[in-house]
Ligand binder design. Structure first.
Ligand SMILES: [Zn+2]
Length: 143
């Protein structure tokens, strides 16, 4: 198994801890890796509180610019009850972001990725796609 997939599976494991309090938001997990080591983990908190990426970053003590982020779902592009994670990431500029699946939510659907791209933040989509989909798909909003 590739190292990247292992980290994504850890993010997936972390995401299971989001249930049931995260509802109606999807249970998303995130791990932050620094020089090949996991240095922080997070998952979706109850509505109005941190999403997975921000939860993980709030516990990070190392410079985010030296870290890779593994998150099970495309970061949100829109301001809801919480600020947009994609905009926050675009500003903080982690070294790289690995994302398992695109968010089919009509208000996101690639928009979070576009924000990262426009900010020059590198990302890779599709690591652990199948494993994450098996768990996460039924919680996502499509139309
Ligand atoms: Zn978010």
């Amino acid at each position: 198994m590739s190292e990247k997939l292992e980290f994504m599976l850890l993010a997936l494991e972390s995401s299971r801890r989001a249930l049931p309090l995260c509802r109606p938001n999807p249970p998303v997990g995130c791990v932050i890796v620094h020089k090949g080591k996991v240095v922080s983990k997070g998952f979706t908190q109850s509505p109005g509180h941190h999403h997975a990426e921000i939860d993980a970053m709030s516990k990070l003590t190392l410079p985010i610019g030296e870290c890779e982020i593994f998150v099970t779902l495309e970061p949100c592009s829109f301001q809801g009850r919480t600020p947009s994670c994609a905009l926050t990431l675009a500003e903080l500029k982690p070294q790289h972001i690995y994302i398992a699946i695109e968010d089919p939510h009509p208000r996101n659907r690639g928009e979070g990725l576009r924000i990262l791209k426009n900010a020059g933040v590198g990302y890779t989509l599709g690591i652990g796609k199948k494993e994450v989909e098996d768990f996460l798909l039924s919680y996502l909003i499509r139309s």
